[in-house]
Design a protein around this ligand. Structure first.
Ligand code: PSU
Ligand code: MN
Length: 301
């Protein structure tokens, strides 16, 4: 096995016995939510995965290793420490070599999950094509990673900090299937609506598991984006969200925020200005995704 990969014994055992495992990212812990809600949520998400019949494997980088499965103490550390890198694919080798703390994005988490043999990954929202990308070329490496790595991603759709239409176009270009669960419209994270039809729809975990098996058996490499709408009653009004997104984009522009700092800046601005309403929705939807992801993983085994 890869010298740089450390798989937690419980995860290793589950994989060996062919039991379901769900990968979880750490950027959402270190850069997506404030302390201590981030740590509480990460632990609650792990519990939700277990309660739905799978073993959780939160992924991060430390001490020169890619860790697959963290202890509660390690999750606390990634939630609290201020010197944690946000690690996408391009940063992985640097952060491992320098033995820095690295919180992995969707892209890096998928890559490490694939190394460990995990097929299902649960998160809140993926990166995508940013608004104004026709000029900035700001397109998340999450999308290019999804084009080639055989790990399915459960998310609540795509946040409207991004250009949802362009993101769906780019997913199509890369050959990434987008399946929405339980409705025809593609969801937009805080809202179950986006104004865009979902390319595909499946309602049951076993149908999704069957599609994943078919895809990979056909040699069709890459991910499937499984979009799970935010639970009813937990949505944040799109009008309110749009107002804060516009403000956040203006502020980011004025402060000259670029590159990998854009997404965390926008997320933080919105969380700070919606007085916790968006954070509550964020927590509710990721728990909902964890339950679905675990059930898909269970259906695959
Ligand atoms: N979108 C969210 N929450 C997040 C992220 C995106 O709603 O926490 C994080 C994820 O880790 C995602 C990363 O992989 O941001 C994308 O960053 P970038 O846009 O720089 O690729
Ligand atoms: Mn970017």
């Amino acid at each position: 096995m890869n010298d740089y990969l450390v798989i937690h014994p419980e995860v290793q055992k589950a994989l060996k016995e062919g039991r379901p495992v769900v990968a979880l990212e750490s950027t959402i812990i270190s850069h997506g939510m404030p302390y201590p809600k981030n740590v509480e949520t990460a632990l609650a998400v792990e519990k939700m995965v277990r309660d739905n019949g799978a073993v959780p494997a939160t992924i991060a980088i430390m001490d020169g290793k890619c860790l697959v499965g963290l202890s509660a103490e390690q999750i606390e550390l990634f939630g609290k420490a201020s010197d944690v890198w946000k690690v996408s694919i391009r940063d992985m080798a640097y952060v491992v070599t320098k033995k820095l703390y690295g919180a992995t994005t969707v892209a890096a988490t998928m890559r490490i999950a694939a190394m460990a043999g995990i097929k299902i990954f649960v998160t809140g929202g993926i990166g995508g094509v940013h608004r104004g990308a026709e000029k900035s070329m700001d397109i998340s490496a999450d999308l290019t990673e999804m084009a080639t790595t055989n790990v399915a991603v459960v998310s609540a759709g795509v946040k409207s900090i991004l250009d949802i239409g362009l993101t769906l176009e780019y997913l199509e270009t890369l050959g990434i299937a987008v399946v929405t669960v339980g409705q025809d419209e593609f969801p937009s994270f805080y809202s179950s609506k986006s104004g865009f039809n979902s390319p595909l729809r499946l309602d049951q975990p076993n149908e999704i598991a069957a599609m994943l098996k078919t895809k990979w058996s056909l040699g069709l490499n890459g991910s499937v984006l499984i979009a799970n709408p935010v639970p009813a009653g937990q949505e944040v009004s799109s009008e309110l969200m749009e107002k804060y997104i516009q403000e956040a984009l203006t502020e980011a522009h004025q402060q000259n925020i670029t590159g990998k700092n854009v997404t965390p800046f926008l997320l933080k601005y919105i969380a700070n200005h919606t007085k916790g309403e968006s954070l509550d929705a964020n927590i509710a939807l990721i728990l909902n995704n964890a339950a679905l992801g675990a059930r898909i993983a269970a259906a695959m085994n």
